[in-house]
Design a protein around this ligand. Sequence first.
Ligand code: FAD
Ligand code: OAA
Length: 322
Amino acid sequence: LCIVESCPSCSVTVLADQFSPHTTSDVAAGMLIPHTCPGTPIHTQKQWFKETFTYLFAISNSAEASEAGIHLISGWQVFKNAPKEELPFWSDVVLGFRPMSKAELQKFPQHRYGQAFMTLKCDCPPYLLWLEKRLKATGVQMYTRKIADLWELQGEYNVVVNCAGIGAHQLVGDEKLFPVRGQVLKVHAPWVKNFIRDGDGLTYIYPGIHRVTLGGTREKESWSLSPNAGTTKDIFDRCCSLEPSLRGAQDITVKVGLRPSRQCVRLQKEVLRQGGVKLLVVHNYGHGAGGFSIHRGTAKEAARLVGECIAALQGFSSRAKL
Ligand SMILES: Cc1cc2nc3c(=O)[nH]c(=O)nc-3n(C[C@H](O)[C@H](O)[C@H](O)COP(=O)(O)OP(=O)(O)OC[C@H]3O[C@@H](n4cnc5c(N)ncnc54)[C@H](O)[C@@H]3O)c2cc1C
Ligand SMILES: O=C([O-])CC(=O)C(=O)O
C-alpha cells in the first residue's frame, strides 16, 4: 500500500505462498507496544513506531475502525522489580503514560511497580483483510505462489520487495534470522476490558474487539507450529494469576506463530547479479516480536527505497513492475 501511495504509476503484484488467515501476522496479538531491537538506533525505532501509531490512530478515529479491527485500549504493564529505564523510548508516543499509583498496584499483589497508558490494538485477521481489500481496490494483483529463489522473478518484475518474514531464512539463506516460537490462546471473556502485560514479556492479556488474547511463550530456534497442551495450561494459569476473573473464560482456541527475529529488521536495497543481468531487491523482513508496532514505519522506508530503485531504472523502462 505504501508503494502504491508513493508511486501511483507502478504496477504492483503481491505473491505469497500463504495469505490471511494463514500467516504469522494472523497469530499476533497486534498490540502497539514496541520491542527494542539492539541493532537499530533508538531514534529510528521511535520514528517507525510513531509513524505506525499515527497511521493507526487516524484509522481508529474513523468510520473504518471496526472493519479494520483497530481500537484504543487502556491498561497496565506491571513489574516485579522496577525496570532500569523508567521511561521507555515509546512513552511519549502512547497516550497518557504514567507510573501506576499505589492504589492501582493493589490489583497486582505480586508486582511492585507499574506503568499505565493507552495504546492501540489491531485485531490482526480483520486488519489484514482490510489491507487486502484496499490493495485490490487500487488494482494490485495478488497471486498464491511460493518463491524458491528471488532470481526466478528476474525478467517478470523490475523491482522485488522481500517481505517474507521467517520465510526469508530459506528464501535468501539469512542465517541471522531465527524463529522465536510463540503460543497464544484466544478466549471469550468480554468482561475483561483493560490490557495487562507482565514486564518480563512472557505473560499478557490483550482484549480485542471479539476475543481476548492470552500469552505467551518465547522459544528461540523452535520451528514447531503444533500447539503444546502443557503450554496451553501454563499460559492460562499465568494469565489467571494476573487476572483471576479469566477462570470463567470460555471457548479457548490455541494459535502458534514463529516470530521472524534478528538483531535488527533487514531494511535495505540489494542488487542481485547473474552474468551481466541485474535484479533490484528491497528487503523488509525480520520484525521479530514487534512487527505490528512498526509495520507502517518500516513499510514507508521500504517504499522510499523502492522509489530509489525506480529512479535508477528510469530511462531503462517507462513503467516499472514490482
Ligand atoms: C504469538 C505472537 C504474538 C505477537 N504479538 C505481537 C504484538 O502484540 N505486537 C506486535 O507488534 N507484534 C507481535 N508479534 C510479531 C508479529 O507477528 C510479526 O513481527 C509480524 O507478523 C511479521 O510480519 P511479516 O509480514 O514480516 O511476516 P508474515 O506475517 O509471516 O508474512 C510473510 C509472508 O511472506 C510469505 N512468504 C514467506 N516465504 C515465502 C516464499 N518463499 N514464497 C512466497 N511467499 C513467502 C508468507 O506466506 C506470508 O504471506 C507477535 C508474534 C507472535 C508469533
Ligand atoms: O510481547 C508482547 O506484548 C506481545 C508480543 O509482541 C509478542 O508476544 O511477541
